[in-house]
Write a protein that binds this ligand. Structure first.
Ligand SMILES: [Zn+2]
Length: 281
């Protein structure tokens, strides 16, 4: 351990600045989305079984909703541009822009070079939760997804129903390819309904029982044509374990809705990012 310099306190007292002030980000027209939410028509649904995953498609300009239906359950969400799977959800940059947890009005951003909004959160019945006394909050972009590799390192053994494997199987089935090929498409998730934070003393990633209850939902507006995959985490409400069959797990419901005819007049999908990709050459 290095000794602290004489001006240590002065250096620590320097005030932080926000890395990415979002005031200049293209803002979603939440009033337009609110009007479009009135008179939605359901066009499809999929039930995600416990300890498994399912895929779904959402056309640009439609809404999709993830609902807790039988008991407290956390979901791990992946999104891709349905027309180009190389453009996919970028958890790290979304975190840098919006912070560790997402709620209404915030967006899921796509990977380079597209880097544009893929989906905008239009309703969140857990928005009342805020930040608890432990620093915990809901719907995080901190955790990557539970996976059998980390499980093997920490505990040994072969567990096949982590979210990473569930998403891999669902994508293999959807694309008609091997699990090894499908695995390359799986990426860091939005942890829907999961309650997480960092411990104040050691800065470690923590989870606690999700406050979600049947009937709670989070709803998104699809900014581009989307392919989604959702895993019902083997951790259930993630109060204790997340890489075993020990936790009680429940299904999750995904529903897709079309807005009323003409409700999105004036709206168009966001263009690809404006950087020219010269990189100084
Ligand atoms: Zn999981």
């Amino acid at each position: 351990m290095s000794g602290a310099p004489s001006d240590a306190e002065r250096r620590r007292a320097v005030k932080p600045v926000i890395c990415y002030p979002v005031e200049t980000l293209p803002q979603p027209d939440m009033a337009l989305y609110a009007r479009a939410r009135e008179g939605l028509t359901k066009t499809g649904e999929v039930i995600v079984p416990p300890r498994d995953a399912a895929t779904f498609k959402v056309p640009a300009g439609h809404f999709f909703r993830i609902t807790s239906i039988e008991g407290p359950q956390v979901g791990d969400l992946n999104l891709w541009n349905a027309r180009d799977l190389s453009e996919r959800f970028y958890s790290g940059k979304t975190r840098a822009l919006h912070g560790t947890h997402l709620t209404t009005g915030e967006r899921m951003w796509s990977s380079f070079p597209g880097m544009r909004p893929m989906a905008t959160i239009t309703h969140d019945t857990l928005d009342w939760y805020g930040v608890d006394a432990f620093g915990g909050s809901v719907h995080d972009v901190i955790g990557t997804r539970c996976d059998p590799y980390t499980h093997n390192l920490l505990s040994g053994g072969q567990y096949h129903h982590c979210c990473h494997s569930n998403l891999t199987r669902a994508m293999a089935k959807h694309l008609g390819v091997s699990v090894h090929e499908a695995e390359a498409h799986v990426h860091d998730v939005l942890n829907v309904f999961m309650c997480t934070g960092f411990t104040r003393d050691t800065g470690q990633y923590f989870m606690k029982a999700s406050p979600v209850r049947p009937g709670d939902f989070i709803e998104f507006f699809a900014e581009i044509d989307l392919l989604g995959a959702l895993s019902a985490c083997p951790g259930g409400d993630c109060s204790a374990e997340h890489s075993s069959d020990a936790a009680r797990c429940y299904p999750l419901l995904v529903e897709v809705f079309a807005p009323r005819e003409g409700a999105l007049a004036g709206w168009s999908p966001p263009p690809l990012n404006g950087y020219d990709r010269c990189h100084g050459t």
